[in-house]
Design a protein around this ligand. Structure first.
Ligand SMILES: [Zn+2]
Length: 511
């Protein structure tokens, strides 16, 4: 009996610790709830738990009823568990000037609830508050507030088949990834924001300071440092959009930083800053020549602690991106045009810049804000490692339907040769091959090195040809250059082996 009771006590303690890893004192001192947020979204209208499916649909249907001419509710696909995934589209058809297309997404990770709730809050403000009506004179907004419904309903990060939908943006193995990406590509977003929440209590943090630390930042902004994203788009995202958002956060007394995440590097704790990986949304969107950011609000594992503060933070960031877009329509449009002038070279692999810097934490023992010296591995300052000249086009054998379908889902225009044509091309020959023994995202990754061989080949009628002078061209290097870390070869979409020639060819630009 005593044993049973002790066990029960221990279990409750563990559950208690899991349900809220943060002391009341710290919450009161640093994360006071926002009283500006009204109880207008489903989760805010109940004591605990988060928005469920019926509440989500009911809420969105109500928005549509308020402004039926402006709000359109549609369904973009079915989750693995059979839920229709809603998309809400805001468009004022009465105003006809140039508009920026904005994409907003929440709940791609199912255990980051303020991303969904904050987006619902933003949507209802846009629809119900006349103060914000002007925004739709120059903006069109497509929003998916609960992208990973199966995960969200269980407050679980992953999709029903265990895949992380924010590591699935190039290989597109989950059905949700396919319809989300297809909808995104068809929409041709010019500004894209993916809302998330981050975990302030990483395992590594217990080893920092005397008794461990936790993150202090209300929000971290993640922008892509991928070198295939044209420099002018990276600069505009960083200086204009992020810059304005940082000012808005300062004005509300919210702590912020560029996104960092701890990582073990040769036994030491380092901090990865930013991201350059095409398998994640921020970079994947940026590679379509859109202004793109991923927003990490301090919230996962916190259940409903400071929930309104987290919703307010999401709202402030979202509103800041919208107002910045509104005031800079021609700047954004011009930047996208400039970005589409095709580049001379492309980056296949690259390395982060490493340096020392300070990050602010909350010391768990003293409960004070402290600055710690840390090593940063910065993806916003990538250094090219392997580069190649940008081809005029890629040619792909006509049997490679899976690759072609994925390219089309990624919004790449694919054409076919109307007759047999001879081209002088560069062929990829595999000169080094390694296959991982452990699985990552259910795949045993292939790592290859190739040499380019000049060949004259007669390509048969129907061979796929993909020109690089198109909007989403920066994505091509990431998926078709075999050494790229998120390429179709790396993720086994295209299986290969040593000494093989790939069914992908580069057609060089004529000089
Ligand atoms: Zn996330």
């Amino acid at each position: 009996m005593i044993l049973l009771l002790t066990g029960f006590l221990l279990l409750s303690l563990v559950t208690l610790a899991q349900s809220n890893p943060q002391s009341k004192k710290i919450t009161e001192r640093y994360f006071q709830d926002a009283d500006t947020i009204k109880d207008v979204t489903p989760a805010l209208q109940k004591e605990d738990g988060f928005t469920d499916y019926e509440e989500l649909i009911g809420f969105l249907e109500k928005l549509q009823k308020v402004k039926p001419n402006m709000v359109e509710l549609s369904y973009i696909g079915v989750s693995q568990k059979g839920y229709q995934v809603p998309l809400i589209h805001l468009l004022n058809k009465k105003t006809t000037g140039e508009k920026i297309k904005v994409w907003m997404q929440g709940g791609l990770h199912g255990n980051e609830p303020a991303s969904t709730e904050g987006l619902l809050y933003l949507l209802q403000e846009l629809v119900n508050n006349p103060k914000h009506e002007y925004l739709l004179e120059r903006l069109e907004i497509a929003a998916v507030p609960m992208a990973n419904i199966d995960g969200y309903l269980k407050q679980d990060r992953y999709a029903a088949n265990g895949l992380d939908l924010n590591r699935d943006q190039t290989k597109l193995m989950a059905p949700e990834s396919v319809f989300l990406k297809k909808t995104f590509s068809d929409y041709k977003a010019e500004v894209a924001i993916d809302f998330h929440e981050y975990n302030a209590f990483r395992k590594d943090f217990s080893k920092l300071s005397s008794f461990g630390v936790m993150s202090s930042y209300d929000v971290m902004l993640l922008k892509s440092g991928n070198l295939n994203v044209p420099q002018n788009m990276r600069t505009l995202t960083d200086s204009l959009f992020s810059g304005h958002t940082e000012m808005a956060l300062d004005a509300h007394g919210l702590r912020h930083h560029d996104y960092v995440s701890s990582n073990k590097f040769r036994g030491a704790i380092h901090f990865n800053q930013g991201s350059n990986s095409a398998r994640s949304s921020a970079t994947s969107y940026a590679l379509t020549n859109a202004i793109s950011s991923l927003i990490e609000v301090r919230g996962s594992k916190l259940n409903r602690t400071s929930f309104k503060r987290r919703i307010a933070t999401t709202y402030i960031v979202g509103m800041s991106y919208l107002t910045t877009a509104y005031h800079h329509v021609s700047v954004v449009k011009r930047a996208i045009q400039v970005a589409q002038i095709s580049q001379d070279s492309l980056t296949v692999t690259s390395l982060r810049t490493v340096y020392k810097d300070q990050l602010q934490f909350i010391d768990i023992d003293t409960k004070e804000l402290i600055d710690l010296d840390v090593t940063i591995r910065d993806a916003s300052q990538m250094q090219a490692q392997l580069t190649r000249s940008a081809p005029a086009a890629y040619l792909i054998h006509k049997g490679q339907i899976e690759m072609i379908e994925k390219l089309q889902t990624l919004g790449i225009q694919v054409e076919q040769l109307e007759q047999e044509t001879s081209y002088k091309v560069e062929a990829f020959k595999i000169i080094e091959y390694d296959r991982a023994t452990a699985r990552y995202e259910k795949m045993k990754l292939q790592t290859v090195k190739t040499s380019l061989e000049n060949k004259s080949i007669a390509f048969s009628k129907g061979t796929f040809i993909i020109y690089t002078n198109q909007k989403n061209a920066p994505l091509l290097a990431e998926v078709l250059e075999p050494e790229a870390p998120n390429s179709f070869v790396s993720f086994g979409v295209l299986e290969t082996s040593l000494n093989e020639e790939l069914p992908i060819y580069r057609l060089p630009k004529t000089i």
